[in-house]
Design a protein around this ligand. Structure first.
Ligand code: E4P
Length: 215
């Protein structure tokens, strides 16, 4: 399973990349707005740090404008995946961008049928938002299970990118369901390597080592 960071903060990306487990990055307009820097400047820097897919979202609403914006973003770096919202215009734009060989991550997906349509237009990634469903008292992980089943039934190549992740259990459950990718905020990323028993065990080993006679 690939692990992506869901942030536009270059320092967080640099830190996660230094651990050797970062496969890619997703951004969205809200995350970019937090950084007070130009979008293209951020994208260029992120693509220098991470050797993997970097999602950059369009803000146009109409297919032709989405395609033009997507083409411009895709020229920033070969690793850019254009993020297109799951709307009818977004489906049209995705089909056109894929025909041009530009890679697409379809975002704001909240139902299995939306995910089916994303696969049919050839999206490379589909991004179901599980945390936002949980916030509405719907079980977001059920959506992942349904999408994984549908894609397996028809051998769709679209990869399931679990988004809107709130805590490490989401990552574990997505892995158990066989999702291809999970994108998460740095606050979740940094919790994954930790376990109190690891810290306690290490402390005990180091303390006991002091008792070993030195040669
Ligand atoms: C995915 O690509 C989105 O950027 C993101 O996961 C949304 O998460 P949120 O619901 O925490 O804003």
């Amino acid at each position: 399973m690939k692990l992506f960071l869901d942030t536009a903060n270059v320092e967080e990306i640099r830190t996660a990349a230094s651990w050797g487990i970062l496969d890619g990055v997703t951004t969205n307009p809200s995350l970019v707005a937090k950084e007070s820097r130009s979008f293209e400047e951020i994208l260029r820097e992120v693509c220098e740090i991470v050797d993997g897919p970097v999602s950059a979202e369009v803000v146009s609403q109409e297919a032709a404008a989405m395609v033009a914006e997507g083409e411009r973003l895709s020229k920033v770096h070969p690793n850019i995946y254009v993020k297109i919202p799951m709307t009818v215009e977004g489906l049209k734009a995705t089909r056109q961008l894929r025909t041009k060989g530009i890679r697409v991550n379809m975002t704001l997906v909240f139902s299995p049928l939306q995910a089916l349509l994303c696969a049919k237009v050839g999206a490379n990634f589909v991004s179901p938002f599980i945390g936002r469903l949980d916030d509405h008292a719907e079980t977001g992980m059920d959506l992942i299970e349904e999408i994984v089943t549908i894609y397996r039934n028809y051998q769709y190549k679209t990869e399931v990118l679990v988004a809107s992740v709130r805590h490490p259990i989401h990552v574990k459950e997505a892995a158990l369901l066989g999702a291809d990718i999970v994108t998460m905020p740095f606050s979740v990323f940094e919790k994954m390597p930790r376990h109190p028993l690891t810290d306690l065990g290490l402390e005990r080993f180091l303390k006991d080592w002091q008792k070993v006679p030195k040669a």
